[in-house]
Design a protein around this ligand. Structure first.
Ligand code: ATP
Length: 450
């Protein structure tokens, strides 16, 4: 449950968090929430590049887990739900973390994240209060009267929306087991110590799947989902030596889970949970049936029996996933002139901008053609136009935000051949193609862009 520290052999090549935070701010990926008012802890805003990248991460996940499969459908449930949902799910009673305060400096910590009785803020020993359990759900009120009867919670996970709609999805889609429901959306947790940039925040997004199956198939399908999810990270280019599956030890498992594995990534802060893949048994449907009084059984035609399906839950944070993609893609190299080149080696589907159109200079002979090329390309992909400063500086700017391809318009283009140069981010190789065939040539190089 903690943001584990520590590294290993791969550690040296890793980017540190400060470098990432600064790049994200400088280039418009991620800003502190309400920055001009001094910020709000645990909340971050996605800037022009960040929103593109975040949408790409969600689209890549949705495509692989919904569109490309014949056993999955989607859902988008409301953030506000009936408060009984959280009694049934156990969140009201048990979604808590132990909290301690330092009597000397008033800092607050999660007790399970402290290694000793020395306060990390002021260094004094033995100043902590006894741990108190603190519920992580954020509360608000619906309607004009702010009393207990009007209390609702901002959902702490998206999964509950899927469970309470199980019957609706089943009857409207006439699905047979096994099948799954996927959902992407905001979740809120009043984390005691939000930290490590977008790794642990109070407002975040989740991409969750509830895959319903016959109890006999659950263990096998759990193993299959672990393979599928690991294959997804590989498909989008995440480095294999920075990813691992770690099975929960018996004392880590929730009481209802028969098996849970975390996909862990070697973040700048060390190995830490990126995604949880749990075999949750039939706990959730059983609880919601009990608390709602509705029948959430499934009738198995072939076996002629009523069952409460078991469920496999792969659950991933969008923000944490984006952080992993950024950290994984970050690279620095020194060019022939001894200058540092920062490159985000992002998969084309994840990169916020796919193509940059760069006229060699601001010379008026070049502008109309360059603008025309820009107009053509941006109909197909997120494209930037940049004519400020030297072409070398502009390539570097695009490398730093992970743009896979740059298109350069020069004098030869307008005076001789109506052709442009495509320059590849990773190899820096350049190839000349006619403007008439440019879109096709770009498409070939951006293989697989959905
Ligand atoms: P942790 O141990 O990090 O507190 P958890 O085990 O409570 O996480 P889950 O409830 O399994 O997390 O949530 C599933 C996923 O949602 C996590 O793997 C993570 O990617 C994401 N997530 C959970 N809490 C946060 C948070 N506070 N900020 C950002 N992402 C989060």
């Amino acid at each position: 449950m903690t943001d584990k520290k520590g590294g290993d052999a791969a550690g040296d090549a890793r980017v540190d968090m400060e470098t990432l935070v600064s790049l994200c701010k400088r280039r418009g990926f991620i800003f502190q929430s309400s920055e001009i008012y001094g910020g709000l802890a645990g909340a971050w805003d996605y800037g022009p590049l960040g929103v593109e990248m975040k949408n790409n991460v969600k689209r890549a996940w949705w495509r692989a887990n919904v569109q490309e499969r014949d056993d999955m459908v989607g859902l988008d449930a409301a953030i506000l739900m009936h408060p009984e949902v959280w009694r049934a799910s156990g969140h009201l009673d048990t979604f808590t973390d132990p909290m301690v305060d330092c009597r000397a400096c008033k800092s607050r910590f999660r007790a399970d994240e402290l290694d000793s009785d020395v306060c990390p803020s002021c260094g004094q020993r033995g100043t902590f209060t006894e741990p108190r359990m603190f519920n992580l759900m954020l509360r608000t009120f619906v309607g004009p009267v702010q009393d207990d009867a009007a209390t609702v919670y901002l959902r702490p996970e998206t999964a509950a929306g899927i469970f309470v709609n199980f019957e609706n999805v089943l009857t409207t889609t006439r699905r047979k087991l096994p099948f799954g429901v996927a959902q992407v959306g905001k979740s809120f947790r009043n984390e005691i110590t939000p930290r490590n940039f977008i790794f642990r925040t109070r407002e975040f997004e989740q991409m969750e799947i509830e895959y319903f199956c016959h109890p006999e198939d659950a263990a096998r399908l759990h193993a299959q989902w672990m393979r599928d999810r690991m294959a997804w990270y590989a498909r989008f280019g995440m480095k294999a030596d920075r990813l691992r599956l770690r099975a929960h030890t018996p004392d880590e498992l929730s009481h209802y889970s028969s098996a849970t594995s975390d996909v862990e990534y070697l973040f700048p802060i060390g190995w830490a949970e990126l995604e949880g893949i749990a075999n949750r048994g039939n706990f959730d449907l059983t609880q919601h049936a009990k608390f709602s009084g509705k029948d959430l059984n499934y009738y198995d035609d072939e076996r002629k029996e009523h069952i409460v399906p078991h469920v496999i839950e792969p659950s991933l944070g969008v923000d944490r996933c984006l952080l992993a993609f950024l950290a994984d893609a970050y690279d620095e190299e020194v060019d022939e002139k001894g200058e540092k080149r920062v490159v985000l080696r992002l998969h084309p589907q994840i990169a916020p901008v796919k193509v940059a159109v760069l006229p060699l200079s601001r010379n008026e002979k070049l502008t109309p053609t360059a603008r025309d090329v820009y107009a053509r390309v941006r109909m197909h992909w997120m494209t930037q136009y940049d004519d400020a400063q030297s072409i070398g500086r502009r390539y570097r700017r695009q490398d730093e935000i992970g743009t896979p391809l740059c298109v350069t318009v020069d004098f030869q283009t307008v005076e001789e051949d109506q052709a442009v140069t495509i320059r590849e981010r990773d190899s820096m190789a350049q190839v000349r193609v006619p403007i008439a065939g440019l879109v096709e040539a770009l498409r070939e190089r951006l293989v697989d862009v959905g």
